[in-house]
Design a protein around this ligand. Structure first.
Ligand code: NAD
Length: 342
């Protein structure tokens, strides 16, 4: 039997990526939805053949505990709502996938981990790039020092936001600007390529180009992670420009992914030529990610992208903000020590 997945929040990512990916998965499938909008429920019911008994709203969501068709609850809501729904899903006895960033506070992350632990259920974060062949190659080459020790990393991720006010720039719902949304991929990318956690961070906000629109959150932020061996990662993220790059410079060569964090069309170059052994066609990162989690549940294995990694990253995001707000170097030595070792 394929494990049943219920998507909570039927916005852009659920409708554009996760639901289509769940048509390709081998070990799990879309069996339920949780939405506050009855019209969306009707549309999804028809499109994905979802029975009425597997359709919930945010109020009656807790009764999902009695539904054997749902094994995994996947929380795809604005960042500040992740904590509540992960905890409610755990209390309902379901395994949980939570979108990135895990939450808007470290305390929320800890409570979410605790809730899943107490319920004896698995928790993973929607870090799809840990299942992408290009990013996996960067991990392997970087972590195994195939080009020698990694001396420098560059991470850049952003997109040009129009002149609207989505929840992404409302602090209460997002917890912050592009750092929470896009910069988190750079945090992840430089760490899984280096295979180590940084020991400190410095950061700076560039001047805002649209201060009225970005009056609650940053429009852009630049930061540098320092590693124990003296190597550094220079990163930037913004809602100003379309960019997505991950670069590694090692003693005997370099590697660069661009676009590095997209759903498809990724490209990889190295100082020795194109990244070898990449698939001829795009893979569905989300299908691989969800099947891996289903496999972890079915075979009782730990996930490579656990709640603790989500907590680690929220700790690092907070340290970056602290460094930018204070203008001081901030130690990151106390973040949870979890790494995806290939
Ligand atoms: P979206 O704005 O398209 O959808 C958000 C959904 O939440 C909407 O359906 C909306 O109706 C619902 N919602 C419920 N309560 C709400 C409230 N109080 N305010 C606003 N909306 C509310 O957003 P999205 O792009 O689908 O992002 C959802 C989550 O998924 C975010 O945490 C985001 O970071 C994450 N995400 C991850 C990826 C990835 O590649 N892993 C990509 C996109 C988004």
């Amino acid at each position: 039997r394929k494990l049943g997945v219920a998507l909570v929040g039927l916005g852009g990512y659920s409708s554009g990526q996760l639901a289509p990916a769940l048509q390709q998965t081998q070990l799990c499938r879309l069996t339920g939805i949780v939405t506050g909008t009855p019209e969306k429920a009707q549309k999804w019911k028809q499109q994905y053949n979802i029975p009425d008994k597997n359709i919930y709203n945010y109020q009656n969501f807790d009764s999902i505990k009695d539904n054997p068709d749902i094994d995994i609850v996947y929380v795809v809501l604005p960042n500040a709502l992740h904590a509540e729904f992960v905890e409610r899903a755990a209390r309902a006895g379901k395994h949980v996938i939570c979108e990135k960033p895990m939450a808007t506070s470290v305390e929320d992350c800890r409570r979410m981990i605790e809730a899943c632990k107490k319920a004896g259920k698995k928790l993973s974060i929607g870090y799809r790039l840990h299942f992408d062949p290009y990013n996996l190659a960067a991990m392997r080459i970087g972590q195994n020092q195939q080009y020698g020790p990694v001396k420098k990393l560059i991470g850049e991720n952003g997109f040009t936001m129009g002149n609207n006010r989505p929840w992404r720039i409302q602090k209460k719902l997002s917890g912050g600007g592009p750092l929470m949304d896009m910069g988190i991929y750079c945090v992840q990318g430089v760490i899984y390529t280096k295979g180590q956690l940084p020991v400190s961070v410095t950061a700076k906000y560039p001047p805002k180009q649209r201060p009225q629109q970005f009056n609650e959150v940053e429009e852009a932020i630049n930061w540098q992670f320092q590693f124990a061996d003296g190597s550094v990662a220079d990163c930037r993220t913004s809602y100003v420009e379309n960019v997505g790059r991950l670069r590694m410079e090692a003693a005997n060569g370099w590697l660069e992914l661009q676009p590095a964090y997209a759903y498809n069309g990724l490209k990889g170059e190295t100082s020795k030529g194109p990244l070898p052994n990449m698939p001829a066609r795009d893979v569905s990162q989300q299908a691989l990610q969800m099947d891996d989690f289903a496999d972890c549940i079915l075979n009782n294995k730990p996930t490579r992208v656990p709640g603790e990694m989500g907590l680690r990253d929220v700790q690092l995001l907070k340290a970056i903000y602290q460094a930018a707000d204070s203008g001081q170097k901030v130690s990151t030595k106390d973040v949870v020590a979890v790494l995806d070792k290939v």
